[in-house]
Design a protein around this ligand. Structure first.
Ligand code: ATP
Ligand code: TZP
Ligand code: MG
Ligand code: MG
Length: 270
């Protein structure tokens, strides 16, 4: 995968400032809105079943996230998802905590059945549970990350089974369409010490999908850009803690340069 193509995709996000309609969780709402703004996208959070179809139609992408789900919100997600499908608006789905409870696993599968999801993004445990395998999980956090090969196999079969694209994140990230797969080795362990960094990433992938129809390219571009911004943020806050890192991540989502991405981006088409 060509880093020039990746920076070109990122530049188009900044130019086009796509509207990202999020139906997300209460933990990460503000962080997600600020992260999307820092990247150059335009966030909106809208949840009422009376308005979600109208908002999804207007948007460049719809992002669904079941982090603090309830029955009303799930109904709204399905209405929004079907409106997005009817209007060729791409849909990203983050099945937060799938596998932790039966309700989350069943809801994740229901959304995948009733909505045509363009890209499914989760940690390895969440994706495994959605697919129907068991994998260690602790609340919304993955247990063991798994080897690259295990994650690649899981991404392949999940993408094929649900006819979608899959991103599995962790120490290394994978994006797969069921046959072609990219491996991204950017990011920083401090990302695991700030809540919502996975949820924000799902919305950022959405912003890239709003400007790029090639889902593998959009996914890889988002993973590289986000991972490089995190690496620079970690470097800049080296003597400090996760609080400073969280703020610096927002700064770097706005300030990361083409040169940074070309220098530090680490992506391989397998
Ligand atoms: P979890 O709840 O298991 O933390 P998540 O939804 O927060 O899952 P992550 O897998 O943590 O999602 O991915 C979020 C971001 O953190 C991604 O950019 C990923 O590359 C990065 N990341 C996660 N773990 C590491 C790590 N050990 N080293 C470097 N980057 C990491
Ligand atoms: N509990 C329910 S949703 C949520 C928590 C802690 C946020 C999870 O965010 P992420 O991005 O998966 O770490
Ligand atoms: Mg995480
Ligand atoms: Mg998550």
């Amino acid at each position: 995968m060509d880093l020039q193509k990746i920076t070109h995709t990122w530049e188009r996000v900044k130019e086009q400032k796509p509207l990202v309609h999020n139906i997300t969780n209460v933990v990460v709402t503000n962080f997600t809105a600020n992260g999307l703004l820092a990247l150059g996208a335009s966030p909106v959070m809208a949840y009422a079943k009376e308005e979600v179809a109208d908002m999804a139609k207007l948007a460049g992408v719809l992002v669904l996230n079941i982090g603090t789900l309830n029955q009303q919100e799930v109904e709204a997600m399905i209405i929004a998802g079907q409106a997005a499908n009817a209007n060729q608006v791409p849909v990203v789905f983050d099945p937060v905590g799938a596998g932790a409870t039966a309700y989350r696993t069943e809801t994740a599968r229901r959304i995948l059945q009733e909505v045509d999801v363009t890209l499914l993004r989760g940690n390895a445990a969440e994706i495994a549970h959605v697919f129907g395998e068991t994998w260690e999980i602790k609340g919304v956090d993955a247990g063991e990350d798994g080897s690259d090969q295990e994650k690649i196999t899981l991404a392949h079969k999940t993408a094929k089974h649900f006819q979608t694209h899959v991103v599995i994140t962790g120490k290394e990230d994978i994006v797969s369409d069921g046959s072609q797969t990219c491996l991204v080795k950017n990011g920083h362990p401090l990302l695991t010490q700030v809540t919502g960094t996975g949820c924000l990433l799902s919305s950022i992938i959405g912003a890239f999908l709003a400007v790029e129809k090639n889902v593998l390219l959009a996914g890889a571009s988002a993973l590289v850009t986000y991972g490089v911004a995190a690496q620079i943020a970690a470097e800049k806050t080296r003597q400090q803690g996760p609080g400073s890192f969280q703020i610096e991540l927002l700064n770097q989502l706005a300030m990361v340069t083409k040169e940074d991405i070309l220098r530090d981006g680490d992506v391989t088409l397998l």
